[in-house]
Design a protein around this ligand. Structure first.
Ligand SMILES: *[C@@H]1O[C@H](CO)[C@@H](O)[C@H](O)[C@H]1NC(C)=O
Length: 291
């Protein structure tokens, strides 16, 4: 059925053209940010902000959609956000990243497990959504996920070869431009930017295209399969490899600190299996046509 009730997220025009994707400078080498390469894109429209809990609720209300985390019965939550009660029931952790715990009953309506809710966070990014959940939402809204190249072009906001959507300084004039981690990761987040967890989807100044929170707040799924091998031949509208095991996510999250996750840069990237969900991973949609 047509999504007559699809929430009207404002979208902005992203002009397309040629840009330098990735970086040689040196970024995080194992992440495959290099080599920097010329990419040409057609124009498109992009949601000005990450899909919010309120918007996702409109989708599930209209369709009865059930997310993968709800089907699995658990999802990954950052330990620092859990109540002692929930933490005491968990025995298993991820060896390489012990601050991630699989929490029974964690899903988009219960971001920190059964004793949490989104009631006071309807304007925050929806979390605990898998890649398939994100595709289902965008399809319902007559949109799609951005390719990695579209996402990165949009992140750059019309600037050339800069680290962040606003330039090269993390905190110009002492101001925060993104929801990141201040303090010692993973033990102490000072919340100097105003937030310990997610922030509303329209917090911090938008970039040159009018896009909010392209870096920080929540990671964003893209359409592409993951690879670290890139040709330096000029690519028109690249869509990534034809298949793979992981999908590319971009932008970093409120958990990113330079010491551990210097991935709140436009060129930065990371990966998850498509069925993954976590308390710092969301998405936004694009459309080739004016909405
Ligand atoms: C979804 O349905 C619930 C229950 O009827 C309602 O409280 C909520 O406001 C609805 N949300 C949206 C965004 O329409």
């Amino acid at each position: 059925s047509k999504s007559k009730n699809a929430p009207g997220t404002k979208m902005v025009f992203v002009p397309g053209g040629e840009f330098l994707m990735g970086t040689d400078d040196p970024g995080i080498p194992p992440d495959g940010e290099s080599p920097q390469r010329k990419v040409h894109l057609n124009h498109f429209y992009m949601d000005v902000h990450e899909v919010s809990n309120h918007q996702f609720q409109s989708f599930t209300n209209a369709t009865g959609y059930v997310t993968e985390a709800e089907k699995f019965g658990d999802s990954f939550v950052f330990e620092g956000l859990l109540s002692e009660e929930v933490k005491s029931q968990i025995s298993q952790a991820v060896a390489a990243a012990p601050w991630w715990l699989p929490v029974r009953g964690a899903d988009w309506r219960h971001p920190e497990g059964p004793d949490s809710s989104i009631a006071d966070r309807l304007d925050h990014p929806v979390l605990h959504v898998s890649w398939g959940d994100a595709v289902a939402y965008c399809t319902w809204a007559h949109k799609r996920l951005p390719t990695e190249a579209e996402w990165e072009f949009a992140c750059r906001g019309g600037l050339q070869d800069r680290l962040y959507p606003w330039g090269n300084k993390l905190n110009p004039k002492g101001q925060h431009y993104a929801n990141l981690w201040q303090g010692e990761f993973p033990t102490h987040n000072t919340g100097e930017d105003g937030y310990i967890k997610t922030s509303p989807v329209r917090s911090f100044p938008p970039n040159g295209y009018g896009l909010y929170n392209m870096v920080g707040n929540a990671w964003e799924w893209t359409a592409d399969w993951w690879t670290v091998h890139h040709t330096t031949d000029r690519q028109p509208n690249p869509t990534g490899p034809p298949s793979g095991t992981d999908k590319v996510k971009k932008g970093g999250s409120y958990m990113c600190h330079k010491s551990y996750c210097y991935r709140y840069r436009c060129a930065a990237r990371s990966q998850n299996t498509p069925d993954s969900s976590a308390s710092n991973l969301g998405f936004r949609c694009v459309s080739p046509e004016q909405p």
